[in-house]
Every structure is written in structure tokens, then in C-alpha cells.
Design a protein. Structure first.
Length: 221
């Protein structure tokens, strides 16, 4: 039985490794839609920088399918170019600090987050929330190495929101990040609000089965 598990896992890895590598994403700066981002001054490892912070329109190019969604930046030392630039993507499930970042988006995204999805909010307020959320994500990922170069209450109408986001992480519970994936690209890595695309899901499952088979074989020995 374990032999068949190993063989099945290897077959899955070989069969779908190609399609998984074909996945691409692009970020769009459209003048036809409200923009929920702006430029903020931050520091990473004592290096000051001005960066775009907020919610970005994102398209997943999965073979012949195109899925419109959104993403937040997770990598401060690189930049991305706007559409029509398409980036080849390596996909991974959110774990560790990325899981905490995904939790923040799941709760606080101004359009889809659980705290706002039943509310009608203005584009101005949505932009403030998204930019604050971006800061909370970086704060979660980089910890003490990340500093905001101005008053934490950056937006008068959202006073205390950044601290609320930080405090909420103690309630993450059994959240598994299944509605998100980390897109590792040559430019700015993104936390994308979408389930892991199908080819990548199958590849991850195949690798998991392979691991189970190897563990089982070692126990037999």
C-alpha cells in the first residue's frame, strides 16, 4: 500500500509540475476603478523608503483562465511594474507569519473583510483602511525590523485601527489561510486573496503524499 502511495505521489509531481510553473499574476493600476493604496514612508532595518501601501487589483493567469482578485504586498525590498507586466509565480500556502497576515486581510480588508463586508463605506475610508492594513501586514512579517516613519495614527478617521489589527492576531484560532496564497515572483511578492490555483494545489498534494510515503517506509525499516 505504501509503495502505491509513493508511486502515486511521484506521478502527480511529474504530471503537474509543468502546469504549476505556468501560473502568472499581474497587478493593475486602472483609472476606471477606485484606488485603495497610497505612498507611505517606512523603515526596514534602519533604511528609510517611500513605498506604495494598500490593496492592489490583481489578475491570476491560470492557463486559459483569468481570475480577477486583489492582493497586498509582503516584500518591502523589491517593486513590481503595473499591468501589462505578467510575473511567473511560485505558489505556496500561507504559514507562520504569512498566515497571520492572511488572517488580517480576511478580517480587515475594506471590501471583503468580515468586519466590513456588510457595511457601506466610502472609497476614501476604504483607502485608509487598506493602507493601514498594509502597514499591519508588514508589521506582522518584519516585526521590530519594520518601523513607520510617522505617527501610527496616520489617518485621523481611523484612529487606533492599526493597534486593533495588531491585537486581533491573538484571535486567529483555527484559521488555515485556505482562501489565500503567497505568490513568489521576481518583483514584489504578493499575498493574494484566492484559493491556491488548481495545478499548484495538486502539486502540493502530491508532495504531501510523497512525504507520507517516505515516513511510512522509514517506519517499516
Amino acid at each position: 500500500m505504501r509503495k502505491w502511495i509513493v508511486l502515486t505521489a511521484v506521478f502527480l509531481c511529474l504530471a503537474i509540475a509543468g502546469p504549476a510553473q505556468a501560473l502568472q499574476i499581474s497587478m493593475t493600476n486602472s483609472d476606471n476603478d477606485p484606488q485603495y493604496w497610497g505612498v507611505l514612508n517606512v523603515s526596514l532595518d534602519n533604511n528609510s523608503m517611500s513605498v506604495g501601501a494598500g490593496r492592489f487589483y490583481t489578475t491570476i493567469h491560470d492557463g486559459e483562465k483569468e481570475i480577477d482578485t486583489f492582493s497586498y504586498c509582503v516584500q518591502l525590498d523589491k517593486y513590481f511594474s503595473w499591468f501589462p507586466s505578467k510575473y511567473d509565480v511560485d505558489v505556496s500556502q500561507p504559514t507562520d507569519r504569512y498566515l497571520s497576515a492572511a488572517w488580517l486581510v480576511d478580517q480587515y480588508d475594506p471590501l471583503t473583510g468580515k468586519l466590513y463586508q456588510d457595511q457601506s463605506i466610502t472609497d476614501s475610508k476604504a483607502k485608509n483602511i487598506a493602507m493601514t492594513l498594509q502597514l499591519a501586514i508588514w508589521d506582522t512579517l518584519y516585526g521590530k525590523n519594520f518601523l513607520i516613519d510617522s505617527n501610527p495614527d496616520l489617518f485621523p478617521n481611523e484612529a487606533g485601527l492599526l493597534q486593533d489589527m495588531r491585537d486581533s492576531l491573538q484571535n486567529i484560532g483555527s484559521f488555515d489561510g485556505s482562501g489565500f496564497f503567497v505568490a513568489e515572483i521576481d518583483g514584489q511578492d504578493q499575498l493574494v486573496a484566492a484559493p491556491v490555483p488548481e495545478p499548484a494545489t495538486m502539486l502540493l498534494m502530491g508532495i504531501g503524499l510523497l512525504g507520507l510515503g517516505v515516513v511510512g517506509r522509514k517506519r517499516i525499516k
